[in-house]
Design a protein around this ligand. Structure first.
Ligand code: HAM
Length: 429
């Protein structure tokens, strides 16, 4: 037997339906906020991620799937979506248009060589948004409220945003120095990763899972004390707009994020009784420029779909997922079978969800199978009836049975099964 690779998952049955439903909600909310769907490649040149996410980050140093293709190019499977969107923005000169900011969203698989555990995989899926070309705190607040509202639409009432600001460069430089001064006497006691972070990226010491439990962490400098006037003013505005949007948040100076590109607003989307982040994001005003584009302020976030779906299932959130069929067509002999083939096609094209028999089961087993699919109606074909232009329909809930003229079947269903009909898309000119 060949097993799936470590850190990957098969999504099927009920979970797959939840997954599809979540994606539908995301698409529909994004439409309301006027964010355009974007699809960028799953693999990109290695350099994009090294320059984009940062050479000292865990993602780039330990977790990327890097390989050489047959043309000897250095390729990396994307570990996240932001760098690809920024590359696309620059390459397609989206900044050349008059409609800044560009507002896009994506949904797709990402790859990180992490130690697999619940909610942490090597192939993961994220949906995310990026807004390129505005430095108004209004857009930070919109992006955060978008994440919050999608959770709300899905029935997750207890989500809460953990919010922080990393300020501008001056504020961060001052904070970095303060961290170094503070942790220097403890350097020998820090974990190996933090010893390295101390010189390369001291901010990341703050969210270290191992060291943050140590006693002297309690009094470590707080970024919010190091924000200069401009950064503080920006952060206050984000908070003011979030209040207006009725987003539930707490200010959490421990949120520093694991990718290097952030400045000013950073946030994580949490569920109140759980400390696994559903998503995270923030402002990144220098990335477009660093990757060779014009200076473009940006903000965005990504949510892990695996974690989002897992949370909905674990919390037993009721979702309007259609899991029953409208009609199950039953037959026994070849003539009836031919009619079943014709009828299932006709009803499906009219918008009904139809199941039939494919393995010559007995009529009794077909009844059981119809129950398994929670079929609302049973269509029981019978050659004699068919010759007279009649068809037997049984309501599988009330068990009432009636014979109707075959040509009235779609009218009958139109009247009795009004819900959840599929819309037929008109071809656009
Ligand atoms: P991130 O915090 O690295 O941010 O990932 C966002 C979310 O992806 C996490 O909160 C988590 O739900 C999910 N995730 C990450 N790694 C895994 C994993 N190994 N298994 C399952 N889920 C995972 C970013 O990726 C940034 N690009 C977000 C962003 C967009 N910032 C600005 N724009």
């Amino acid at each position: 037997m060949i097993n799936k690779p470590k850190g990957t998952i098969d999504i099927r049955d009920y979970e797959a339906r939840v997954w599809k439903y979540v994606e539908e909600v995301i698409d529909s909310v994004m439409e309301k906020y006027n964010y355009n769907y974007i699809r960028t490649p799953i693999f990109e040149s290695t350099e994009l991620f090294h320059r984009g996410i940062g050479n000292t980050t865990d993602i780039v140093t330990k977790e990327t799937y890097d390989f050489k293709d047959r043309g000897d190019r250095n390729i990396t499977l994307r570990p996240e979506g932001t760098a690809g969107v920024v590359r696309s923005y620059i390459e397609n000169k989206m900044y050349g248009t008059h409609n800044l900011p560009v507002k896009v969203y994506y949904n797709g698989t990402m790859y990180r060589y992490e130690r697999p555990q619940a909610g942490r995989y090597r192939e993961l899926s994220q949906y995310g948004v990026e807004v390129l070309g505005s430095n108004d705190p209004m857009i930070d607040a919109e992006v955060i409220s978008l994440a919050y509202n999608i959770n709300k639409m899905l029935g997750l009432k207890d989500s809460i945003i953990h919010l922080n600001s990393l300020g501008d460069k001056e504020s961060r430089d001052n904070y970095r120095q303060a961290l170094k001064d503070y942790f220097k006497p403890h350097l020998d006691d820090l974990c190996d990763d933090c010893k390295e972070r101390f010189s390369k990226n001291p901010l990341r010491i703050i969210d270290c899972k191992i060291d943050s439990k140590k006693d002297y962490f309690k009094d470590a400098p707080n970024i919010l004390d190091y924000l200069n006037e401009a950064s503080k003013g920006y952060f206050d505005k984000v908070c003011e707009y979030l209040d207006l949007l009725e987003v539930k948040y707490v200010i959490d100076p421990k949120i520093v994020r694991g990718l290097d590109y952030y400045n000013h607003t950073v946030f994580e989307i949490m569920i109140e009784d759980n400390n696994l982040a559903l998503g995270g994001g923030g402002r990144y005003d220098n990335l477009v420029n660093e990757l060779g584009g014009p200076k473009t302020p940006c903000v965005g976030y990504a949510v892990g779909l695996d974690r989002l779906v897992m949370t909905l299932i674990n919390k037993k959130i009721k979702l309007p997922i259609k899991y029953n069929v409208d009609a199950f067509i039953m037959y026994v002999n070849e003539d009836e079978k031919k009619y079943a083939i014709y009828l299932s096609n006709m009803l499906r094209m009219s918008g009904f969800v139809v199941e039939t028999e494919y393995t010559n089961r007995s009529l009794k087993s077909q009844f059981k199978r119809a129950d398994y699919f929670k079929s609302k109606y049973l269509i029981i074909l019978n050659s004699e009836d068919l010759n007279e232009g009649l068809i037997t329909i049984k309501n599988n809930e009330t068990k009432e049975e009636e014979k109707i003229m075959t040509e009235y079947l779609t009218y009958y269903f139109d009247e009795h099964i009004e819900d959840d009909k599929y819309e037929c898309l008109e071809e656009q000119e």
